[in-house]
Design a protein around this ligand. Sequence first.
Ligand SMILES: NC(=O)c1ccc[n+]([C@@H]2O[C@H](COP(=O)([O-])OP(=O)(O)OC[C@H]3O[C@@H](n4cnc5c(N)ncnc54)[C@H](O)[C@@H]3O)[C@@H](O)[C@H]2O)c1
Length: 403
Amino acid sequence: MIGRAMERRGLPRIGVVGTGVAAMLIHIPAILDSDYFLLEAVCDTDPSRLASTPGTRLRRYASVTDMAQDPDIDAVVVCTPPDTHFDIAARLIAAGKHVLMEKPLTRTAEEAAELARRAGAAGVELRVAHERRFQPSCERIRELLGERVIGTPFYCGVHWGTTVKLDPDRFVPEDAGGAFRAGYRWRWSSPYSGGGVLQDHIPHYVDLIRDWTGQEPIAVMADTKNVARDLKGWSSDDSRWEDMGVALIRFSAGLTLRLECSVVGRVLSPLWGAPTGIGEWSEWGYIMGSEGQLVFDFLSLHASEQGKIAVWRSSTAGPGGTGWTMIEQPEPDRIRGSAPSGAAKDMFVGQVREFARAIRGERSRSADAYDGGICVAVTEAAYEAAETDRTVEIEFTTRGEDR
Ligand SMILES: NC(=O)c1ccc[n+]([C@@H]2O[C@H](COP(=O)([O-])OP(=O)(O)OC[C@H]3O[C@@H](n4cnc5c(N)ncnc54)[C@H](O)[C@@H]3O)[C@@H](O)[C@H]2O)c1
């Protein structure tokens, strides 16, 4: 579905709902620094956040209902907390807008399946911001696995960690006009968000493993902790959700993912000479395969460098198993446009590019509603697993229905 504006100017016109961290640090810079969309309008229910968006030409809306009626917007990026995703997407889809939804697509798999159905019926694209797919180091890992450099992958361990919740006044960054503080507040205390740090990060890594290997998640075990409440004296209202979580996710061809995420503890990556320590968080991991291993460190949003990848192969290893090699990657673009630069910029611009391709009906690598929905299904199953102390199987089958 292509709006009038798109025909007139050649580029689709886009709006952004929710002008907090994800919008200000990720989507708006990526839209402005690339040539895929014209940024036309922003929307936020908080007047101070709405006023903080740059530029005088933008139309500013205080409600999605109003923005949805704007005939000169073809597509909308939604960057609001998860409890708002279903209603906002439903309104935009009903108004014929293409939607790029921040992860998680919804709070429940049922809601995700319903949105997929509505988008299919309305003939609009519903895509999900699983941008790690376009991180240059993630794309390089996908190639290496495709070339079977480490044989058949059977295990992946990931650490995503920050220390912000140990002392928020000192450790939460002041970026994006202080938006991080508000962003962390709802993550830790909103009764509506539907989950804590696992909900924040399971979607990224379920999506990456699917993208890297083609395997589907089939079962999950999980354990959660509320460190701020149980060890640091926070009230249950202030620390409502888990702040540390571990999920063990089994995939269809035998790979196991152990995802460890935390806002109350962080360890540095083992990649020599390049430990994550830049910026707010650490994000690194490793993959074991039948013929070798791979270690990765993606660095944080603020780093101007590429992520780091090192590989060990049984076929080329020396005596005693020596022979780790750093994988060379092209230099990132550090110069042009607004923050973030480096690999993060390549990643976010890649996401915008692939959303534009989807809208044009071209082959696109952006995550669709099924991809987003299965990540939600795994997240839901992880919470059930943590609560019941048992393995929970994953069922999510709308792919056949909505395509
Ligand atoms: N892909 C990533 O790496 C990444 C990074 C950060 C956040 N996110 C996702 O982006 C979403 C937003 O997170 P954030 O950190 O930017 O939060 P945030 O709190 O910084 O920003 C959310 C904004 O949405 C506004 N808002 C809330 N309800 C609204 C409504 N009904 N209509 C219009 N505006 C509304 C708030 O006023 C706020 O300005 C979440 O789903 C989060 O998981 C993804």
